[in-house]
Design a protein around this ligand. Structure first.
Ligand SMILES: Cc1cc2nc3c(=O)[nH]c(=O)nc-3n(C[C@H](O)[C@H](O)[C@H](O)COP(=O)(O)OP(=O)(O)OC[C@H]3O[C@@H](n4cnc5c(N)ncnc54)[C@H](O)[C@@H]3O)c2cc1C
Ligand code: FES
Length: 247
């Protein structure tokens, strides 16, 4: 389907927030799902690029993505301007299952943060009590913290302490668990972060879901290019039950 770029702006160093409008099944989106975007005419870059749906603004018929420029595809996306048209597939994949009236821990690292925004919003709408930890490399990389604060208690970490607390996003979870007694954990971020988190919460009775951002080709389950733990990240994932994920 074709979506129009209604806004595209740099929100942190090399990190862009793009708003896309048009005929899209906004009402059916689960938080954690992604769109698969054709780059250019599709001739130079045969493979589409997967980017998570960060927010849905159904009343404006708009979805928002946030991406970091790491190569030619994302560089091309960063250069799109209002009125440009993108060819996208979606919403794809299996998102985060929701719950109601629970004590929730959300953990996000770097460019794993965007899909957690639509999640925190929906969990808040369902009456959950939410505590959120967001980690970034340094103050240049920080985005959307104020937006997350609308829906829960947010603590931000940077590696060098240039914004928020200094250190790793996981560093206080074990001791805080004893006090906060979270029942559900949701996370998206770099593999070392997910690995550390999984090790910590294994000691507690908690239901958890992780989103994995594996490299992808077709994005629709046909090529098996994204298999991880014997499952296709693009169809059975990118969100998996934490206990099934081998990192
Ligand atoms: C389900 C899913 C959701 C994603 N959501 C987001 C998102 O919301 N925002 C965002 O910025 N990125 C997201 N990504 C990653 C994004 O798809 C890649 O960064 C993008 O495809 C890179 O394209 P490129 O042409 O710019 O870079 P390429 O030239 O393809 O690659 C440049 C560099 O980035 C590395 N790279 C490429 N893809 C990945 C990946 N999936 N994971 C780790 N490293 C990678 C390559 O190894 C290489 O070093 C997501 C990936 C998946 C699978
Ligand atoms: S990318 Fe082709 S099966 Fe997942």
């Amino acid at each position: 389907m074709l979506l129009h770029v209604s806004e595209n702006k740099e929100v942190a160093k090399g990190i862009w927030e793009m708003h896309l409008s048009g005929d899209f099944p906004f009402e059916n989106v689960q938080p954690g799902q992604f769109i698969h975007i054709l780059i250019g005419s599709g001739r130079e870059h045969v493979l589409r690029r997967p980017i998570s749906i960060a927010a849905i603004e159904a009343e404006k018929e708009t979805l928002v993505i946030v991406f970091r420029v790491v190569g030619e595809g994302t560089d091309w996306l960063a250069k799109r301007v209002e009125g440009d048209v993108l060819d996208v597939l979606g919403p794809l994949g299996t998102g985060f299952p929701l719950t109601t009236k629970q004590k929730i821990l959300i953990v996000g690292g770097g460019i794993g943060v965007p899909p957690l925004y639509e999640l925190i919003k929906r969990l808040w709408q369902q009456g959950n009590e939410i505590y959120c930890l967001l980690g970034f490399r340094n103050s240049d990389d920080v985005f959307w913290v104020e937006k997350f604060k609308e829906y829960g208690t947010v603590t931000t970490y940077t590696d060098d302490g240039s914004f928020g607390e200094k250190g790793l996003v996981t560093q206080r979870i074990a001791e805080d668990f004893l006090e906060k007694n979270w029942s559900n954990v949701y996370a998206c971020g770099p593999v070392p972060m997910l690995k550390e988190l999984k090790g910590i919460v294994a000691n507690f009775s908690v239901e958890g879901y992780f989103s994995l951002e594996e490299r992808m080709a077709c994005g629709v389950g046909a090529c098996y290019g994204c298999v991880c733990n014997n499952q296709r990240v693009c169809v059975e994932g990118p969100v998996f039950p934490m206990r099934e994920v081998v990192l």
